[in-house]
Write a protein that binds this ligand. Structure first.
Ligand code: FES
Ligand code: FES
Length: 156
């Protein structure tokens, strides 16, 4: 099958039961997307499909043929990191970093969904992404900064 990942068409021979998560990590070498629970409970595997966030552990690769998949590797542009990536760095939005790619993919989607009106709203719409290290306050601060348009590179 052919998968459109980060703007590039990738041909892969996959069993129809292979998840998008395993296709990305094991077949395309895109290991930025993390496998946490592999059961839809932690958000570590969050990617975008046609601009919407999905849990790649619960999505079959075959369901994504003809759709645009974006992973953490595809978020930065030629001008540098995505504003959310820059804000996470600035605010220490991670500790061990394992949950970070999924958190950032969710945060980017949340901002596009217009769900960053308040800290409570940010927490609510980020609640599917778990962080064992408890870096939540820093993540909220990073997202709030991008939402307010005051982050480095905001508006890019
Ligand atoms: S690995 Fe997909 S939700 Fe945990
Ligand atoms: S930064 Fe370690 S799990 Fe979130």
């Amino acid at each position: 099958m052919a998968l459109d990942v980060n703007g590039r068409t990738r041909k892969v021979a996959l069993d129809p039961r292979v998840t998008l998560l395993d296709a990305l990590r094991d077949h395309l070498g895109l290991v930025g997307t993390k496998k946490g629970c592999d059961q839809g409970a932690c958000g570590a595997c969050t990617v975008h499909v046609d601009g919407k966030r999905v849990l790649s552990c619960l999505t079959l690769a075959a369901q994504c043929e003809g759709r645009a998949v974006t992973t953490i590797e595809g978020l930065a542009g030629p001008e540098g990191p995505h504003p959310v990536q820059a804000a996470f760095l600035e605010h220490d939005g991670f500790q061990c970093g394992f949950c970070t790619p999924g958190q950032i993919m969710s945060a980017v989607a949340l901002l596009e969904e217009g769900r960053a009106g308040s800290d409570e709203e940010i927490r609510e719409y980020m609640s599917g992404n778990l962080c064992r290290c408890g870096a939540y306050p820093h993540m909220v601060a990073a997202i709030r900064e991008v939402a307010s348009g005051s982050g480095r590179g905001a508006g890019a």
